[in-house]
Ligand binder design. Sequence first.
Ligand code: UDP
Length: 470
Amino acid sequence: MAGVGRRRRAARVALMPLPFQGHITPMLQLAGALHARGLAVTVLHTAFNAPDPTRHPGLSFVSVPDAIADAVAATANGGADRVAAMNAAVEAPGLAEGVRDALASLMRLGEEEGGEPRLACLVIDATLTAAQKAASGLGLPTLVLHTCSAACFRLFGSYDMLYDKGYLPAQESNLLLPVKELPPLQVRDLFDPSKLPNKEIGLKLLNLASETTASSSGAIFNTFGALEAQELEIIRNELAAKRIPIFAIGPLHKLTSIDGKGTSLLNQDCTCIEWLDTQESGCVLYVSFGSVVNVTLDQFTEIAWGLANSGKPFLWVVRPGLVLGVEKPELPEGFECAVEGRGKVIEWAPQQEVLAHSAISGFWTHNGWNSTLEGIFEGVPMLSKPHIGDQLVTGRYVEDRWKIGILLEGVLERGKIEKAITMLMEGKDGMEIRERAKDMKEKAQLCRESSGSSQQAVDNLVDRILSFSG
Ligand code: UDP
């Protein structure tokens, strides 16, 4: 890895993720990449969804007292309402004070003669305005890590325009209308806050990324030039006017030594790798909807029979809580018999290892950004079924921009699922999709070579951080 073994320099960087899996993962990966470049690294975290420090011996961890766990649990559905849960975490009482005290203590340590490296800056999740205000009160610069795509950052900053121009609120009659300001998006790909129980909270959350970025000293994107060249160029130009540099340093999971086991909040069931070893090369569909998506019992049943009827071998992650209102859902009657020997169902997978396995030839995903990058890096074509927020944007990019997958639209129904799986894993259209996924894999690999754009961006980011430490 480029930069590893560079002289250790006397600067510390603090990082603070939003405490959900899809946000903790890239923040820890970034922490690992910065540590490998010689920076001292402290991760600030909440007790809620706390990372396990024993898995990261090179990093320091500081627990910030806050009331996130209570706040998230008190939201509707004990956190199953994603918008309410995220808002509860962002607004948690005591968060700003906790971050301020932790940063002040790190700053003091860095000022002692011959003591710890000086604290140069705080890297925050794009939603953490409270942490940014705490840092700014202490005169500490912040950098913002965007855990979604560059395309999604552009969309989230465009809601005023989307309402002004009448794209939103979405109407049945305009769902297929192209949003010409944000190609290739159509109205149906827009997360519509008007549909939420509390539109104002939705809009406020969508706006956070632009807000924190505008008050930051740099924006970090977990993406790479060959994937989102146009989007990055537009963002770079817009932020250059405010003298805010951007760093496209993805796919982060391949620019760090921190592996999937190190970032996972749930225990990964590795028996599935032994099972994959028994399958033929290039024939298994991997199915996972990430850490937070919920489906209804009806949708769950349709997914199960779609998989069974496809006749293809599959590995399906059914995480506890996946089905709304059911802690551990039972598979439909007759399902296990129907798929005997060619289907495996587990609660949580070592996903990066699974996607890299030679038996895997397709990924049915919700298009969470981490999962998408992990699939892209391994050249696995996708069956996309996005559910909410940024996933909708990514699903459209998978099908229309990168052309590396098929977007499942509308109601989940077993016949439609079976047809889409067959199309992805067999047939002429599927072959072209598979070829393009392989091409994208090569581009992703180039980015992480020592002269690649993402490695260089990490070097530039380290220089930026060092420039703050005086
Ligand atoms: N993941 C995992 N095992 C699983 C499913 C997912 O380790 O069975 C990991 C996956 O590798 C990814 C993260 O969980 O890094 C999910 O993040 P993503 O942004 O894709 O989705 P979210 O969970 O935020 O919706």
